[in-house]
Design a protein around this ligand. Structure first.
Ligand code: 5AD
Length: 357
């Protein structure tokens, strides 16, 4: 058992020796509960339309000067075939909250991927109706990602203004998705202006309480064309402000692993973005066991501008894939085979038994 107080203590820890101990504990828990395989999930950003006005996000509704796109079904199916070619077990379909992605179209897309490939399908399409979630599940979708971004309801409302005066019901939605038979994933941004260590500790406790199958957390990266990104550092001076850096992200990954040993935890793209040289290895070394390589066609990657990041500098998907696999094996890990499903029940039992010995 790790208490909330201990979580806060670790989040504020600055002693290098003690942090080494944290990384080692998390890495051991990772190896024991989910093994040495790193599962690759091909990420396809299928639409950058969004009805939301999240203050941190570069594809927010109302942002001028951004060309919008919605991929066609055949284009997405070609990405799915590429994922199979690279040996990935999962395709992740991600978009802004886009009602233009009509429910029956997503249903057909999911059914086609499921019938034409062996891939697990993860959807990350934002908040939709329960009927839609149910229809997509019936069409074969395996997993759903919906990040709650912060455990602080007031902060969440501020950065994610409600569309129709609705409250923050993402936790309720995750529970509903679980009832529908999805594997469920969530996560937070680390270092949102106004986010305190207490907020972050509460989020970690919530991950555990929800028994999430997938938990992806990355640093908040300011985007200059968003309201939050242009805000002055009004919160920056507060002692309780969480930094949006790689070190804090690694602490969150490590604590997530210790609290939820069974979970699939990615070394997120945002972490690899703020530390291009070693963010990936750092994440995989402190508890992560998943990477989500981008398979979005190059003509769209620059338009899926949620936060500033370097373009793939002209490298093709095959080259990226080879480089990624090389980095994984270079740190003594294996590239995962199969779908990399979460097995919460077996693993919870295995972990508990491991601890009791
Ligand atoms: N910084 C970091 N992550 C961001 N996201 C969106 N905008 C930003 C940003 N400025 C992340 C959020 C969201 C996911 C799609 O991308 O976590 O859930």
């Amino acid at each position: 058992m790790i208490t909330r107080g201990e979580i806060s203590g670790w989040l504020k820890e600055s002693d290098a020796g003690r942090l080494e101990k944290l990384w080692r504990m998390a890495d051991t828990a990772r190896s024991r509960s989910v093994g040495d395989e790193v599962h690759l999930r091909g990420l396809v950003e299928i639409s950058n339309y969004c009805v939301r006005r999240c203050t941190y996000c570069g594809i927010r509704s109302g942002r001028g000067g951004l060309r919008r796109y919605r991929m066609g079904m055949d284009e997405i199916l070609a990405c799915a075939r590429q994922a199979v070619e690279f040996g990935y077990g999962t395709i992740v379909l991600q978009s802004g909250e886009d009602p233009g992605l009509e429910a029956h179209w997503v249903e057909e897309l999911t059914a086609r991927i499921k019938s034409e490939t062996p891939l697990a399908v993860t959807l990350c399409l934002g908040e939709r109706s329960c009927e839609e979630y149910a229809a997509w599940r019936a069409a074969g979708a395996d997993r759903y990602l919906l990040k709650f971004e912060t455990s602080n309801a007031e902060l969440f409302r501020r950065i994610h203004p409600p569309l129709h005066g609705e409250g923050n019901n993402r936790v309720a939605v995750l529970k509903r998705l679980r009832e529908l038979g999805y594997e469920i994933g969530s996560g937070v941004m680390i270092g949102i202006p106004g986010q305190t260590f207490e907020d972050l500790a509460n989020a970690l406790v919530l991950f555990q309480r929800l028994e999430l199958d997938m938990i992806g957390s990355g640093p908040y990266i300011p985007h200059p064309d968003t309201p939050l990104g242009t805000e002055t550092a009004a919160h920056g001076a507060a002692a309780e402000q969480v930094p949006n850096d790689a070190l804090t992200t690694c602490k969150v990954i490590a604590l997530t692993r210790l609290l939820c040993p069974w979970a699939n935890i990615p070394a997120t793209t945002a972490l690899a973005t703020i530390d291009e040289v070693s963010g990936l290895e750092a994440g995989l070394g402190c508890g992560a066991n998943v990477v989500m390589p981008g398979l979005t066609p190059p003509e769209y990657t620059g338009l899926y501008d949620i936060y500033p990041s370097r373009e793939r500098d002209g490298r093709g998907a095959a080259e990226n894939d080879a480089a990624l696999k090389q980095r994984i094996t270079a740190i003594g890990r294996r590239v995962g085979t199969g779908r990399g499903d979460a097995s919460r029940c077996t693993n919870i039992r295995a972990c508990c038994e491991g601890r009791m010995q």
